[in-house]
Design a protein around this ligand. Structure first.
Ligand SMILES: Nc1ncnc2c1ncn2[C@@H]1O[C@H](COP(=O)(O)OP(=O)(O)OP(=O)(O)O)[C@@H](O)[C@H]1O
Length: 263
């Protein structure tokens, strides 16, 4: 998406002046952040720069010591990942939160199982397994992931790429507003990474904006619309991948060079 087009819109998710300290370490140092509708925003930075802390603040996994998070212009205060999920922000962590022994369908609906209608309290209502299986199959088909034949297959029998695919599909099924992907291709081979990158583009084509944390520069430059460069706990600058090379980005990231315009 072109830079001008993005600037005409209001950010869907924003961070302003975010601070997070762990004892004497300042992981986020008055950090700003903006995600615009429909874009893939990559967040890159050296090890320990504070990328994870930033996305955790956006996804309710940590509560910032200072600063504000705004969703669609409205100040929100997430005190848990569930708060963020309820608002339509889904995060896929590097360590995929899945139960390997359970099926694809069970994993997709883990924590938000569908139940059959009943008159007893919600707790006693039976799981609506057929509906969960049907919806899980629909979601995977929509995202072109139906090389997975059997929705009842245990997740532990899937390849790394397929597992990542299920995790992204789960996020896309519930993340109505924003999807955050933390190193989605880090553990994958070339072919599997390719599938996941295609999936990321598919999700964007569905209008869902994505925050992509990655150390993989070719992947970042291939799919990102904009790149947020994080250094020493804050946003150093945001670049358009068309205007810079990967070496420029790495030089900014590591401090070997300074960008012309700051964040
Ligand atoms: N729970 C914690 N307790 C103490 N220090 C922490 C904690 N989480 C993060 N930090 C520190 O905060 C700083 C930023 O860490 P963070 O994980 O956000 O960086 P990152 O950019 O995601 O790094 P990486 O690319 O290595 O994953 C680091 O110095 C890290 O050691």
């Amino acid at each position: 998406m072109d830079q001008k087009g993005i600037r005409l819109m209001e950010p869907i998710l924003q961070g302003r002046g975010l601070v997070k300290r762990y004892g004497r370490v300042t992981a986020l140092d008055h950090c700003d952040f903006d995600l615009y509708p429909g874009e893939i925003l990559a967040v890159i930075g050296d090890n320990g720069a504070g990328k994870s802390s930033l996305i955790k603040a956006m996804s309710g996994a940590i509560i910032p010591d200072e600063g504000d998070v705004m969703l669609e212009g409205r100040k929100v205060r997430f005190t848990s990942p569930n708060d963020a999920r309820r608002e339509g922000i889904e995060t896929v962590y590097q360590t995929l939160a899945m139960s390997p022994a359970l099926s694809i369908a069970d994993n997709m609906f883990m924590g938000r199982e569908l139940r059959k209608p009943g008159i007893m309290g919600k707790v006693f209502r039976q799981l609506d397994r057929p509906r969960m299986e049907r919806l899980a199959r629909e979601k995977l088909t929509e995202l072109g992931l139906m090389t997975i034949q059997n929705i009842n297959q245990a997740v532990e029998t899937l390849s790394g790429g397929q597992r990542q695919g299920v995790a992204v599909a789960r996020a896309a099924a519930f993340g109505s507003k924003v999807i955050i992907l933390d190193e989605p291709t880090a553990a994958l081979g070339v072919k599997e990474s390719r599938k996941v990158l295609e999936l990321i583009l598919d999700v964007r084509a569905r209008g869902i904006p994505i925050i992509l944390i990655s150390h993989n520069m070719p992947h970042v430059f291939e799919v990102a619309d904009r790149i947020h460069i994080h250094r020493l706990g804050k946003r150093l600058c945001v670049i358009n991948p068309g205007d810079y090379t990967m070496s420029d980005a790495v030089a900014f990231m590591t401090g070997a060079r300074e960008p012309e315009t700051a964040a």
